[in-house]
Design a protein around this ligand. Structure first.
Ligand code: UDX
Length: 453
């Protein structure tokens, strides 16, 4: 443990990165501006639901390896390397909002002005190409009076973790990307990662060193490709719905056998949500436009996704005709299973539309109800279980594919609902288990197998 590490921003990326360091014996200084979050972290409590995170946090606190503070000064003065993991949301015009990054860079600069010796600053937040060199570097230089290179180092180190498996992803990344301002900065960061993921261990990872803008662009290229894969399979799903007996899941299964394609991210459904894809694709499009390049393909990915959630509403309308006064059960609110995160969740798009149509909505989610209450409020009813949720409904829409929904049977729908009508928005159920018993419809399932289409 030659280097002391601090991390600014205790969101998913910051906290999951923090526990990787503490588990490897580092004493880490964590920084956040939210006092409630600081208190939670210092008590070993995870501010959000993420498998295994709380246990590792607890361990870090018990072993005296982690302290969380709002004092950036303290963090910079007492460590050698600082990771920036603050949020980079989107502005209303789709461009990236760098307020948090700029604020932290200013504070780091002010502290470096009074610090002797070299310090490495690592941008881990997702930022559009050019940000690290043209925004972060000049802010630190201006506020510290020091020069990047001789006085302090600068890297861009994108994070690829996925919520729900964030801890696992942080401990076993497929790759580590180091964008470096100069060789010295890159070497220090590579040495740090070599200690965490040693060549000899099963956690050995491929480390790629490159330029700052290339590292920044890798993250957008990666997310853009994954999101495009989802919009592509959703396009195939929408075609399937117009062809009797066609089924997108069978198509995706076969496509996935092709090693060029791979089976991942071929899950058709109501589209992608979350804190990354929607905002990153928009920021990437806006960034391309700023380069006077028209990113037709990314725009199509975004457009397909914007429309995809309404697919289930159209199916409901074909069966029920008028949705006014109809009772809907929404199974799943989180943007994906194993998280309580509602950011960009498709559930909110579907619920908003149903409410506009005058429908009555009851929803259930194993983890996300308290976050949903904050976002959606009391315009809908929240049920304590899936069975309670579907009670007396005219239509049930499966929105998030939590494992526990797999237990629901056709008989449950026949017993509990006003009329047994299930729309599978995530292709989680086997059509043959429901088809002959209840009205069953699903995204990407063609006419004759799919009600009223
Ligand atoms: C994503 C990327 O996976 C990760 O590499 C990046 O660092 C951050 O963004 P995350 O947003 O946590 O991670 O979740 P992910 O599992 O990728 O799912 C995003 C959305 O796509 C979810 O709404 C999910 O339901 C949807 N999705 C995913 C599909 O609709 N179909 C699929 O086949 C896969």
């Amino acid at each position: 443990m030659t280097q002391k590490v601090s991390i600014v921003g205790m969101g998913y990326v910051g906290l999951c990165t923090a526990v990787v360091f503490t588990k490897n014996g580092y004493k880490l200084v964590a920084v956040d501006e939210n006092q409630e979050r600081i208190d939670l972290v210092n008590n070993g409590i995870s501010p959000f639901h993420e498998p295994d995170l709380e246990q590792l946090l607890q361990e870090s606190i018990n072993n005296d390896c982690l302290e969380c503070t709002s004092d950036i000064d303290y963090a910079i003065l007492n460590t050698d390397i600082t990771f920036l993991t603050v949020g980079t949301p989107t502005n209303s015009d789709g461009s990236i909002d760098l307020k948090a990054i700029k604020k932290v860079a200013t504070q780091i600069g002010e502290t470096l002005a009074k610090k002797d010796g070299y310090h490495l600053v690592v941008v881990k937040s997702t930022v559009v190409p050019g940000t690290t060199e043209n925004v972060v570097k000049p802010i630190i230089e201006k506020n510290s009076g020091k020069t990047c290179g001789p006085d302090f180092g600068l890297c861009m180190n994108p994070e690829f973790l996925s919520e729900g498996s964030a801890v696992e992803d942080a401990f076993k990344p497929y790759r580590v990307v180091i964008g470096e301002y100069d060789k010295k900065s890159g070497e220090i960061l590579e040495d740090l990662y070599q200690e965490i993921y040693p060549e000899s261990s099963e956690n050995k990872v491929t480390i790629k060193r490159t330029t700052l803008p290339t590292a920044e662009l890798i993250k957008y290229a990666n997310n853009g490709f994954q999101a495009t894969k989802i919009s592509y399979i959703n396009t195939i799903a929408n075609v399937c719905q117009k062809i009797p007996n066609a089924d997108v899941t069978a198509i995706a299964d076969v496509m996935g056998l092709d090693p060029v394609i791979s089976p991942k991210f071929l899950g058709a459904g109501i589209g992608y949500g979350g804190s990354c894809f929607p905002k990153d694709i928009r920021a990437f499009i806006t960034f391309c436009k700023s380069l006077e390049y028209n990113p037709i393909m990314l725009k199509a990915t975004h457009e397909v996704n914007e429309k995809q959630a309404y697919n289930v509403i159209e199916i409901a309308k074909r069966q029920l005709k008028n949705l006014k006064g109809k009772k809907f059960a929404i199974l799943g609110l989180a943007f994906k299973p194993n998280t309580d995160d509602m950011r960009g969740a498709r559930s909110t798009v579907i619920i908003k539309k149903l409410l506009e149509e005058g429908s009555i909505v009851t929803a259930y989610d194993p983890q996300a109800i308290s976050n949903a209450k904050r976002d959606i409020g009391d315009k809908i009813t929240y049920a304590p279980s899936a069975m309670e949720c579907i009670k007396d409904c005219d239509c049930c829409i499966l929105v998030t594919e939590w494992d526990e929904f797999q237990k629901l049977t056709a008989e449950d729908f026949m017993k509990q609902t006003k009329q047994p009508f299930l729309i599978d928005g995530r292709r989680t159920f086997k059509p043959q288990d429901f088809n002959s018993k209840i009205i069953f419809a699903a995204i990407g399932l063609g006419q004759k197998n799919n009600c009223g289409q």
